[in-house]
Design a protein around this ligand. Structure first.
Ligand code: BES
Ligand code: MN
Ligand code: ZN
Length: 494
């Protein structure tokens, strides 16, 4: 999809030739002169247009307007959430009629938050997955012109949002692909492709190298599958050589059957999404290549399948992690923490300024926070606050959960240094307590995205979260939070 930013008032919007024109009207709107402004004023006066967020008024071929379809959408006070809600309703309304080119125009001056919400909202609502369809439904929407009275000051934020969309859509694509179309090998290929982008390097470690590193915990999970594991290392070097990097670690279980502690059949297909953490890391790197912030970032993806097999790990097996700590695997379905712990140890070599792992880790987190906020755990208040703030800004929310040592009591065992599961109570927290044992050497945060990374039911599909949050965090941390002009043909500003 192609985005363009333009300064325009309602008269400009009226003369813009598109298949559809969406006009976003806030409650404080003061109509000026011109066909469109008068139409809106009349509709508000007659009670036919409600400026509450999400309310729509459809108009067909109004006089003086170049676009045949016009949708006037209320955005309330114009907060990010309201704009997002309104855009979702409006884009859904025009999506079915083959709209190729759409102009989205704010009727009044607007904010950075609203611009970001508009770009992310249009992209999200118009996204279609096609990779494994024999007759793919093509994404109708090709071109989006985003207009507002004075666009100049909002350019940097606009470019950043467009780059985020690229990253979010890459994350959605890989997350949505079925397990047989997104194996560890294929994920590694996708990472290698990213390594061809300017500023990005990619190295893929094979089973032999992983064995040499002593990643006994990661290897134990991979043992039950015929698909060979991959350990992906991505690097984005935008900062000085001496700058300590931020390390992102994404859980890359390309399918989670549960292993010998096998999962029940209903909804097991959704365990193809168990690599959404990995997909979000790929998405962040895609966006970094566009935004080019002055910061160093490392991405680590341990990737394998979790399968039952003659060679698979069994409940009670004890393995030795790269850290030297021994782990009793009481439940083979708690595999995410087993692959992440070795990546957390590997991260030490980068002397990172912070390490953030992203994982569809526990069903318990879905019960605790649902699909609205991701679970956040952090070893420092500073890191927690920065991630919460980034989530608010990106409208990709998280909520901090506790890490009291008392929660680790249940991980004690007579047969190893630590067990991989505790009881059912506080399952998201005990999983985080397990990970914390391997993350003592740097500021660390863990995002449990089990509830937020994909939607179930009729709208089943990946959300691309938390790419938005992570990018905001990285950009806020970088010495250069204002993104440079993005040099890409598909992104232009006038
Ligand atoms: N990938 C799952 C977590 C998950 C389950 C995410 C359902 C989204 C929906 C993870 O590997 C897992 O199976 N976790 C277990 C841990 C338990 C055995 C302690 C869980 O949450 O049931
Ligand atoms: Mn599992
Ligand atoms: Zn899993």
């Amino acid at each position: 999809m192609n985005f363009e930013l333009k300064s325009m008032d309602l008269a400009g919007a009226a003369s813009e030739k598109s298949d559809a024109l969406l006009v976003l009207v806030n409650t404080a709107f003061k109509p000026g002169r011109g066909a469109l402004a008068e139409l809106i004023a009349q509709a508000v006066k007659a009670g036919d247009l409600d400026t509450k967020a999400g309310k729509l008024l459809h108009v067909y071929r109004p006089a003086g307007v170049a676009s045949p379809r016009v949708v006037i959408a209320g955005i309330g006070e114009g907060t990010a959430r309201q704009v997002r809600q309104s855009i979702s309703a409006a884009v859904a309304a025009i999506k079915g009629v083959g709209t190729k080119r759409v102009t989205v125009c704010f009727a009044s001056k607007t904010s950075e938050d609203a611009v970001r919400a508009a770009v992310l909202g249009v992209a999200d609502t118009s996204y279609v997955y096609t990779t494994t369809k024999s007759k793919p439904e093509v994404r109708a929407l090709q071109k989006v012109v985003l207009g507002m009275p004075d666009a100049t000051a909002l350019k940097p934020c606009f470019y950043q949002a467009v780059a985020s969309v690229e990253g979010i859509e890459l994350a959605k694509e890989w997350a949505n692909r079925p397990g047989n179309h997104a194996t560890p090998t294929l994920l590694a290929h996708a990472a290698k492709e990213l390594g061809k982008l300017p500023g990005i390097a990619c190295e893929v470690l094979l089973p032999k190298q992983v064995e040499k590193l002593g990643m006994g915990s990661f290897m134990a999970v991979a043992k039950g599958s015929d698909e060979p594991l991959r350990f992906i290392v991505l690097r984005y070097n935008g900062g000085a050589k001496s700058d300590a990097p931020t390390v992102l670690i994404g859980k890359g279980i390309t399918f989670d059957t549960g292993g010998i502690s096998i999962k029940p059949a209903p909804e097991m297909d959704e365990m193809k999404f168990d690599m959404c953490g990995a997909a979000s890391v790929l998405g962040v790197f895609r966006a970094l290549a566009d935004i080019k912030p002055k910061i160093n970032v490392v991405g680590l993806i341990p990737s394998c399948e979790n399968m039952p097999d003659g060679r698979a790990i069994k409940p009670g097996d004890v393995v030795t992690s790269m850290s030297g700590q021994t782990i009793e695997i009481l439940n083979t379905d708690a595999e995410g923490r087993l692959i992440l712990c070795d990546a957390l140890t590997y991260a030490e070599r980068f002397k990172p300024r912070a390490v953030i792992d992203i994982a569809t880790l526990t069903g318990a987190c879905v019960i605790a926070l649902g699909a609205v906020r991701s679970g956040l755990f952090a070893s420092t208040d500073e890191l927690a606050q920065a991630l919460v703030a980034a989530g608010e800004k990106a409208q990709d929310l998280c909520w901090r959960l506790p890490l009291d040592d008392d929660y680790a009591e249940g991980l004690k065992t007579n047969f190893a240094d630590v067990a991989n599961v505790a009881g059912r109570a506080g399952g998201a927290i005990t999983a985080a307590k397990f990970l914390q044992r391997f993350a003592a050497k740097y500021p660390w945060a863990h995002l449990d995205i089990a509830g937020t990374a994909w939607k179930s039911g009729a709208a089943k599909g990946a959300t691309g979260r938390p790419v938005g949050m992570l990018l905001e965090y990285i950009l806020a941390q970088s010495a250069n939070p204002e993104p440079k002009r993005v040099l890409k043909k598909s992104i232009r500003a006038t």
